[in-house]
Design a protein around this ligand. Structure first.
Ligand code: SF4
Ligand code: SF4
Length: 129
C-alpha cells in the first residue's frame, strides 16, 4: 500500500508534505512531487498537511485521478527511463508534462498559507473562485 500525489499538486509544489514524511520518500519533479511506492510506509503523515488535498491513500483515489497511482509508480520505474531524482535532469511523468498550466491565482494564494486539510473548506471561503 502507498499514498499517492495526484493532480492538485501540479504547479503548486509547496513541499509541506516533504517535511512530514519520516522516510523521505517524497521526491520533487519539475512541476509536481511524487511518492515512491517502494519506500512509502503508509503512515498518513503527509496527507493532512497538503493545502490543496493532492495526497490520497491508493484505495481512496478519486476515480478521475486513479491513473496517478501509475504516474507515481512509473516515475520511479527505471524501465520507464523518466527524468527522476538522481538523474541529471529532473522532469516529470509524461502525463504531468502534458498538462496545461494548473496554478491559477486561486490555488497560488491558498498555497501561501500552508493550511491543513481540515481548514481547506474555510480557505475556499477566503478565496472564492
Ligand atoms: S504516507 Fe508517510 S511514508 Fe508515505 S509518503 Fe506520506 S509521510 Fe511519507
Ligand atoms: S503538500 Fe500537497 S501541494 Fe504541497 S508539495 Fe505536497 S502534495 Fe504538493
Amino acid at each position: 500500500m502507498t499514498y499517492v500525489i495526484a493532480q492538485p499538486c501540479v504547479d503548486i509544489k509547496d513541499r509541506a508534505c516533504v517535511t512530514e514524511c519520516p522516510v523521505d520518500c517524497i521526491y520533487e519533479g519539475a512541476r509536481t512531487l511524487y511518492i515512491n511506492p517502494a519506500e512509502c510506509v503508509d503512515c498518513h503523515a503527509c496527507e493532512p498537511v497538503c493545502p490543496v488535498e493532492a495526497i490520497f491513500h491508493e484505495d481512496d483515489l478519486p476515480r478521475h485521478w486513479a491513473h496517478y497511482l501509475t504516474v507515481n509508480a512509473e516515475y520511479f520505474d527505471e524501465a520507464a527511463s523518466l527524468p527522476r531524482p538522481g538523474s541529471d535532469t529532473v522532469g516529470d511523468h509524461p502525463v504531468v508534462e502534458a498538462l496545461p498550466p494548473q496554478s491559477g491565482p486561486h490555488k497560488k494564494e491558498i498555497s501561501f498559507f500552508t493550511v491543513r486539510k481540515e481548514e481547506a473548506a474555510d480557505a475556499d471561503l477566503w478565496f472564492p473562485s
